[in-house]
Design a protein around this ligand. Structure first.
Ligand SMILES: C[S@@+](CC[C@H](N)C(=O)[O-])C[C@H]1O[C@@H](n2cnc3c(N)ncnc32)[C@H](O)[C@@H]1O
Length: 274
């Protein structure tokens, strides 16, 4: 059995290794759906002219670039991410597009930014990976000015639960991840609960859910290795194909010959710092 690190939890979430490897192929995998998601979140906001915007766990900057395009000209646009690979990819995109955005490697739980600076903090598709979600929300509250807005989206339970369970069985069967456990996703109310505890006023909490059917397990495993790489960190492309093939066989044995249904679930939260 190969021994891979198991991403320990402290205070709720998981650490998120693997995103450095995702960075070069991230946009090709999710730019289209994540741009639509960012637009859905941002279109509900009203900001003052020339706002200062922060994107926490920015990845390749998809949500930050959409916010700059929607609310610009901006006074300041900053993206932070724990992955150096993501920060480098995002900064290269900003330069290429001539957009005035700065990207900084940092943990969401310890933002290297002064208090009260931003009119808007965005955090898209990332809270589920934070090792301390309460601390991250407290940091977002700290760096907002009074009256500033938080726009957050994240995966919540039971997002992809069927797939994680199948994956866990396959990793054990293939000897590729005996110690790996599926991520502990937040409950629907958890982001709002932590936000209220910091002092935010919640303007909107919206559940998002839909079902899809996986027909090509290898393609799906490759995509999940890019968007949710903690499970695949340390696996080779050949391992990933083995995992996909084994998932296909196991799902078919379980009667999912015509496709494997997966539940997607998320929360979208808009809150204001009083
Ligand atoms: C699924 S990606 C989302 C990226 C981007 N917000 C988007 O919507 O495309 C999750 C991102 O969260 C980052 N991340 C995970 N844990 C983090 C933490 N504790 N602090 C900062 N960034 C973190 C990862 O490096 C990764 O870039």
């Amino acid at each position: 059995m190969r021994n891979r690190s198991t991403a320990p939890t402290t205070g709720g979430g998981f650490s998120a290794p693997g995103y450095d490897f995702s960075a070069p192929v991230y946009d090709a995998t999710v730019e289209v759906p994540y741009t639509l998601e960012a637009d859905r979140l941002l279109q509900r906001l009203v900001l003052p002219p020339c706002p200062a915007i922060l994107d926490v766990a920015t990845g390749t900057g998809i949500a930050l670039f959409r916010a700059v395009e929607r609310f610009g000209p901006v006074r300041l646009a900053v993206g932070v991410d724990q992955s150096i690979g993501m920060v480098v990819a995002a900064q290269a995109k900003a330069t290429q597009r001539g957009l005035p955005a700065h990207f900084v490697p940092a943990q969401a739980e310890h933002l290297p930014l002064p208090p009260g600076l931003f009119d808007l903090v965005v955090c898209a598709n990332a809270l589920q990976w934070f090792s301390d979600r309460a601390a991250a929300l407290a940091e977002m509250f700290r760096v907002l000015r009074p009256g500033g807005l938080l726009a957050l989206s994240c995966a919540v339970e039971p997002c992809c639960r069927e797939w994680w369970a199948l994956l866990q069985r396959v990793l054990v069967l293939l000897g590729l991840g005996g110690k790996w456990v599926p991520p502990r996703l937040p409950g629907l109310d958890e982001p709002a609960h932590f936000a209220l505890r910091c002092g935010f006023r919640i303007s909107e909490l919206r559940p998002v859910a839909w079902r899809s059917v996986i027909r090509d397990h290898q393609a799906f495993a490759r995509a999940m290795a890019v968007v949710a790489p903690p499970w695949s960190h340390g696996l080779t492309p050949a391992d990933l194909d083995l995992v996909g093939a084994a998932m296909h066989r196991l799902a078919s044995l379980g009667g999912a010959g015509n496709g494997f249904p997966v539940t997607w679930a998320g929360a979208e939260l808009i809150a204001r710092k009083p």
